[in-house]
Write a protein that binds this ligand. Structure first.
Ligand code: HSE
Length: 430
């Protein structure tokens, strides 16, 4: 390796991931050089915020202008770690146009612009890699682009957001209310700057869009994904779920059907003895079903400076190896090939929690309303009663029904004189 010219790298962004990546470069130059078969050198770091500092050994490299990386002819790889759509997309595009390879951890940019960016990279004879964009330190993009490509992927069921999985775990195990569990997650630094992205399932939608696109060889955009958050779950839903043999998880689900791709992120009841039900805390897990390999599960830390820097640096090393060997591995992101199935056409089972008048014949009225919409009841349990208000809480589970039929039935049920409120409904994924 001696005498070989180094591969120079520019790091854009010195936040949590950027400082994690810089630390590995400062601490392990020998390992990096051995694995890349050439010395890897951080030549410049772009960071506007003076409070975000790299390790001392790299402090002389800081500039406030990403253009100092994008237009430096001696830098071969630009590593974008600022997150968010803009200006990250602009920096990535400019870096590719000026002939640089790009590594990014940016799920929003890749899920929205992956196809255009990969096409642009190909045209410019450079690579763009994004292993860290989904699942932090869990190897996912490389397996989806390489190891499992010959399979017809039937389904992905995934826990892709650690913050919400932490909150749901606390609600299930300690009976905490949503707002208390959220506060704890924020105090521990798990929630993103904008917690709505986590809580409302937006972060998981970005990640699912990337995985589904690669799995089905057909572009899935974030706006194709139906998403719902976890804020309307109550501690009692977890109690009732447990009594029925279920856990509640925020799942990202993608399926390939004969009528198109089904993609959705929302809370679901899943059997409590399933592997995904046992994934607790901030961990992520991705279960994939393929026609040749059957079922595989990827499990690990989906966020954090160290796990994510492991994925970012793997991409940098992969590109550096190709630079040494003078070859390009420009993997294409798929264009749209398959239709997306609307949520209204999907068939699922449901859990309903209702507050109703405690009087004879009430259940018959509700089951007739559901029956009129071809929704068949699987079980009904009467829970708490309030003698003073003459109300009772009932929990209903259904057999598979079309989402549209369920929404129409809920609208009608809400208007019934005997129904005080529909307190919650959650889909069931058997
Ligand atoms: N906010 C994300 C999570 C981590 O909670 O999993 C970054 O993707």
């Amino acid at each position: 390796m001696s005498g070989r010219r180094s591969v120079n790298i520019g790091l854009i962004g010195m936040g949590t991931i950027g400082s994690g990546v810089a630390r590995v470069f400062a601490d392990r130059p020998q390992v990096l050089a051995e694995q890349a078969e050439t010395p890897l050198v951080i030549k410049r770091i772009a960071e506007k915020d003076p409070a975000k500092k790299p390790p001392d050994a790299l402090s002389a490299l800081v500039s406030t202008d990403a253009a100092d990386i994008i237009h430096d002819p001696e830098i071969s790889i630009a590593v974008e770690l600022i997150g968010g759509e803009h200006p990250a997309l602009d920096y990535i595009t400019a870096a590719i146009r000026s002939g640089k390879h790009v590594v990014t951890a940016n799920k929003e940019v890749i899920s929205k612009h992956g196809y255009e960016l990969c096409s642009l990279a190909r045209k410019n004879g450079v690579e763009i890699r994004f292993e860290a964009s989904v699942g932090g330190g869990i190897p996912l993009i490389a397996p989806f682009q390489r190891d499992i490509v010959v399979n017809r992927i039937g389904a992905i069921h995934a826990i892709l957001n650690g913050t919400t999985n932490y909150i749901l775990t606390k609600m299930a195990e300690e009976g905490l209310d949503f707002s208390v569990a959220l506060k704890q997650a924020q105090q521990l630094g798990y929630a993103e700057a904008n917690p709505a992205n986590d809580i409302e399932g937006i972060d998981a939608s970005y990640k699912l869009a990337i995985l589904a696109s690669l799995a089905f060889h057909s572009n899935v955009a974030p706006e194709d994904i139906y998403h719902e958050g976890i804020s309307r779950l109550k501690a009692k839903d977890f109690r009732y779920a447990r009594e029925l043999g279920y856990a509640i998880k925020l799942l990202a689900i993608a399926k390939q059907t004969d009528h198109g791709i089904e993609v959705r992120v929302h809370p679901v009841f899943i059997p409590e003895d399933s592997l995904l039900a046992k994934v607790t805390g901030v961990y992520n897990a991705i279960q994939v079903e393929g026609d040749l390999f059957g079922k595989v599960i990827f499990y690990g830390q989906g966020a954090g400076a160290q796990p994510t820097s492991s994925a970012v640096i793997a991409d940098v090393i992969g590109i550096a190896r190709n630079i040494v060997k003078r070859r390009i591995n420009a993997v294409q992101y798929p264009p749209r090939n398959l239709p997306i199935k609307p949520i209204s056409d999907i068939e699922m089972c449901y859990y309903l929690r209702l507050k109703v008048k405690d009087a004879p014949g009430v259940l018959a009225i509700i089951s007739k309303t559901l029956g009129d919409h071809l929704i068949s009841i699987s079980s009904v349990i009467q829970k708490e009663t309030d003698a003073a208000k003459q109300t009772a809480e009932i929990v209903i589970t259904t057999h598979p029904a079309r989402e549209q039929a369920m929404q129409e039935a809920l609208k009608e049920t809400r208007r019934l004189e005997v129904v005080r409120e529909i307190s919650n409904f959650v889909r069931i994924e058997a």
